[in-house]
Design a binder for this molecule. Sequence first.
Ligand SMILES: [Zn+2]
Length: 192
Amino acid sequence: MSINGILQARAGAKCELCGAEQALTAFVVPHSSASDDDHSVALCDTCHGQLVQPDTLVVNHWRCLSDSMWSQVPAVQVMAWRQLKALAGAGEVWAQDLLDMMYMDEEVKTWAEAGLASDEDDRVVTVDSNGAVLQEGDAVTLIKDLDVKGAGFTAKRGTLVKGIRLTNNPLHIEGKVNGMQIVLVAAYLKKA
Ligand SMILES: [Zn+2]
């Protein structure tokens, strides 16, 4: 989304999280009740990129939050709080220290926490061909023959796979077939 004048003026042409003077993008804070300027932050490409693709996250970049968490802008406070919370959850002690120091009005805090609650609600689950939820360690059977690419064998329909492992992708699980750990498509499986 291109940035509008009001947001640009508020941000002072600097990224509202890290202060970089770069081209800015308007980012609507997730789980906002509206998508106006009050619920957006102006971000540089670095911050924006890492927020939308958390697997590209560079932990040290976010030390900038020790400044931006003191912003007067609620949307910036919410972003800073959520990002610190994520980092603290990943074991970053400095992030927890900052969280402990951070101050937010009750209303802003409720908004910040709204993101956490609903992230859990929307957590994607892995389901089998019947829609049954698959969990780590479950046993499944294949409901069709599957060519295992690169391994040169076909996993036959009816094969029992014990002790499956979930992956980052809710459509895939990992399991051992013919002594090999392979990725299986959850939709071709049935919970045993
Ligand atoms: Zn930035």
